[in-house]
Every structure is written in structure tokens, then in C-alpha cells.
Write a protein that binds this ligand. Structure first.
Ligand code: TMP
Ligand code: ZN
Length: 406
């Protein structure tokens, strides 16, 4: 059944592309006593006929996802810390010694701290009070709230204008992006720059990384759809730069229309996407077919291990893995347990599929033979760190772009 809903951004018709079925919240790691209370929604996504933005058809309430128990902390990954140090180095050129920096969705302050240490006035906003507390503990200023036009007015009254507004892996989470851009317009100085980074739809298609689709990612941006979204609010992309983070992201440098010269890279990317068919339906349909193949391949691979009586484990209880496990119907019969370094997740179970989550130390103790790399976007860091696992004959199972064992 094809269901059409209207686009969150432009009101156009959204064509359904993928339907991953019944799904819990990706980050709702659950205790055994709460299994019966688990909440589900339907995870399906589509593309807007008019503005080409790729979006979820249904999304749970943001307050159910971003709250005082939010289990994700940016500082958990060393390579992310390095990445944000570089982001800060690459954007300081937009600042003068009197400039202030605002971050929307600052999490634990890992990115903003780089500006704070360099002597800039910083302000972080995040709706999850537990992550914001860690930012405040670093000496940053901030507020636990959703950023929107109303809170932006209050922040402006309190803090004045900002020459740089940052948002890393946050815009893709916000259903009412139009209102957020109205908020940015209120707090950004006339020549100010908004820098955003989010998973890039082009990479999701290239790698069939369908696990980027989960409740928190209400949008996956292409350059085309981002440009359309900004144009309505009199902003434009003046530069962009692909990033390795989150399995392939795009950094957008955004300013008020006409405020800064537009790099030829922006036009090139728009042309490339036009040629690849980002404004037509076929590329989206091809992606849907690739998702089906990928899930079938992973199930087959895990069933093969099971037939041979070889237990398989998982590495990284990631939010992305919730989509994969539920869509492919993989439970404790196929994956015995998942190892994770986050204390808040350990002792709990994966959402919907109820695979136990064990502390990372168990990965060493149990000496598993085969492990699915759910944190595949950190593959480089992890494979290097775990050289000993492979050296003693351990096998990594990958599912991006299709299931394979290495
Ligand atoms: P995310 O992909 O949803 O951000 O979650 C990443 C999870 O992976 C997080 O819970 C921490 C875990 N992780 C490890 O257990 N070991 C690692 O080496 C890395 C990089 C992440
Ligand atoms: Zn639209």
C-alpha cells in the first residue's frame, strides 16, 4: 500500500519509498521488566515530489526521544573528538575576538569546548538535560531546551547576536526546521555563518546505509533539498564539504542570501545530484530494492553461522542497529549479545529485539569468533583498536552495503 502524506517543509506530496515496519525508538534501550511496556511506531520514509526532501512518514514525539535519559554522549568516540577539533579549526576564520558562538544540539559540549578554550564566548542549547549538564560542567554556558523561534528570541535577549551558529547531527532530527531557521535568523549577525553537518542522502544511497533511517532522523538531506529548504527562509549554501562522519555526511556553510560569495562546489554538487536523478523517483525506488537485498543477505549470513553452531555477537549497541535488527527480525537466537562501552546501555536490551547488551570488557573475556560491526561508521577506529581480535582468527561481519564476512 502506498500512502501519501504532506511534506513537513513545503506541504508538497510525499511519495512513500521504504517501509521497515513496526519499530521501537532507536535509542530506547530497555530493561527486562519493561519489555511489556515497550512502544512502537511504523518506520517508513518517502521523498517530497516538490522540494525533494527525504523524510519519515511518521515520527514519535520529540520529547519521547530527547529527554533527561538520552544515552548518547559525543565524547565517547576519540575520532569524533578529533573531528570536532578540526571543525572548530576550520570555522574559526569566521570569527573575530569579540565573536560569540552558538551550538544547536550541543550534547556534552565536545565541539563547543574547542571554541571555549580558544577564548570565544560560547552558548550551547540541547533538549536533553543530562547531556547539557556535562557541557555546563566543562564551564560552558547553555540552556536545556529545544531551539526554535521562541527560545531564540529569549537567547537573543540574553546573549545578543552570534557570528557563528553550529549544528552537528542535529538538523536531521528537527521536524519543524522552518521554525528553527526563523530562530537562526534572529540570533545570527548579518554576515554570520551557520554551519551544519548531517548524514548525506547521497552516501546513504551509495552504501545502502538504510540504518541511517530511524525515529530521530526525520530528514536525510541532499544538497538539492537543503538548498530548497533554505531558499524559503532567505538563506543559501555558500560552500559545502563532504565528511566521513556518521558513515558519510555533508557539511553546509550557510549565510543570508547574497551575504557571501557562493563557491562553485555548490553548483557542481547540485548539478551532480540533478544528473543522478535526485529529483526523480527511480533513484529512490532503486534504494528501496537495495535495502531489501541487504536485509535478506544479513539474515542469510547469520542463519548460516547458526546452522554451523557458531555464536555471533554484536559490536556497538548503536541507534542505527535498531533499524537493522527490527527490519531484519534478528533477535537473541541469531545474535547472542552486543558489546558496548556506554555504561547507560549495559545490562539493558536492544529495543524491540531484546538482545542483551554487555560491557565492552566481555568482548575480551568471551573471545567471540564472529561479531557484527554495528558501529560500522567507526570501522576505521575500531578495526585498528581490535587488531588482536582478527589476529586470533575472529571474523567481522559487515552489512553495509551488503552482508560480508572479513
Ligand atoms: P551511535 O552510532 O548510535 O552513535 O552509537 C555508537 C555506540 O557504539 C555507542 O553506544 C558506543 C558504542 N561504541 C563502542 O562500544 N565501541 C567503540 O569503539 C565505538 C566507537 C562505539
Ligand atoms: Zn517538500
Amino acid at each position: 500500500m502506498t500512502r501519501r502524506v504532506s511534506c513537513r517543509v513545503c506541504g508538497g506530496k510525499v511519495i512513500e519509498i521504504v517501509d521497515f515496519g513496526r519499530m521501537p525508538l532507536a535509542n530506547a534501550f530497555i530493561r527486562e521488566q519493561d519489555f511489556a511496556k515497550e512502544k512502537f511506531f511504523r518506520l517508513a520514509a518517502g521523498v517530497c515530489e516538490k522540494c525533494s526532501i527525504f523524510q519519515l512518514l511518521e515520527q514519535p514525539q520529540p520529547s519521547a526521544m530527547f529527554h533527561s535519559d538520552y544515552p548518547f554522549f559525543t565524547a565517547g568516540s576519540e575520532r569524533m573528538r578529533e573531528h570536532f577539533q578540526r571543525l572548530a579549526d576550520e570555522t574559526k576564520g569566521f570569527l573575530t575576538s569579540r565573536s560569540a558562538v552558538l551550538e544547536i544540539g550541543c550534547n556534552d559540549g565536545t565541539l563547543l569546548e574547542n571554541f571555549h578554550r580558544a577564548g570565544f564566548r560560547c552558548f550551547g542549547v540541547d533538549p536533553s538535560s543530562n547531556t547539557l549538564e556535562r557541557a555546563l560542567a566543562r564551564g560552558l554556558f547553555g540552556r536545556a531546551c529545544f531551539f526554535n523561534s521562541k527560545t531564540a528570541d529569549e537567547i537573543y535577549a540574553d546573549q545578543g547576536l552570534f557570528d557563528l551558529v553550529l549544528s552537528a547531527n542535529c538538523f536531521c532530527h528537527i521536524p519543524d526546521l522552518g521554525d528553527v531557521l526563523d530562530g537562526v535568523a534572529r540570533v545570527l549577525s548579518p554576515q554570520g555563518v551557520l554551519v551544519t553537518e548531517d548524514p548525506y542522502l547521497g552516501e546513504v544511497f551509495r552504501q545502502t546505509s538504510y540504518d541511517q533511517i530511524y525515529d530521530e532522523h526525520v530528514f536525510l538531506f541532499s544538497v538539492t533539498s537543503m538548498a530548497n529548504l533554505l531558499a524559503v527562509k532567505d538563506f543559501e549554501i555558500f560552500d559545502l564539504e563532504p565528511q566521513w562522519t556518521h558513515g558519510g555526511s555533508m557539511r553546509f556553510y550557510i549565510a543570508r542570501k547574497g551575504a557571501r560569495p557562493v563557491s562553485s562546489k555548490v553548483r557542481e554538487f547540485l548539478k551532480r545530484e540533478e544528473q543522478a536523478g535526485f529529483k526523480r523517483e527511480e533513484i529512490y525506488r532503486a534504494f528501496a530494492a537495495a535495502c531489501e537485498r541487504s536485509r535478506a543477505g544479513l539474515r542469510e549470513c547469520l542463519e548460516d553461522f547458526k546452522r554451523k553452531d557458531k555464536p555471533v555477537y554484536g559490536y556497538g549497541a548503536t541507534s542505527k542497529s535498531t533499524t537493522v535488527l527490527n527490519y531484519a527480525g534478528i533477535g537473541p537466537d541469531l545474535i547472542k549479545a552486543v558489546f558496548d562501552t556506554t555504561p547507560e546501555k549495559q545490562g539493558k536490551f536492544t529495543p524491540g529485539t531484546h538482545i542483551p547488551i554487555l560491557p565492552y570488557a566481555k568482548f575480551i573475556d568471551l573471545c567471540p569468533e564472529a561479531v557484527v560491526l554495528f558501529a560500522w561508521n567507526h570501522a576505521q577506529e575500531i578495526l585498528k583498536k581490535e587488531e588482536a581480535f582478527r589476529a586470533r582468527g575472529g571474523k567481522w561481519i559487515f552489512y553495509i552495503p551488503e552482508a560480508h564476512v572479513e
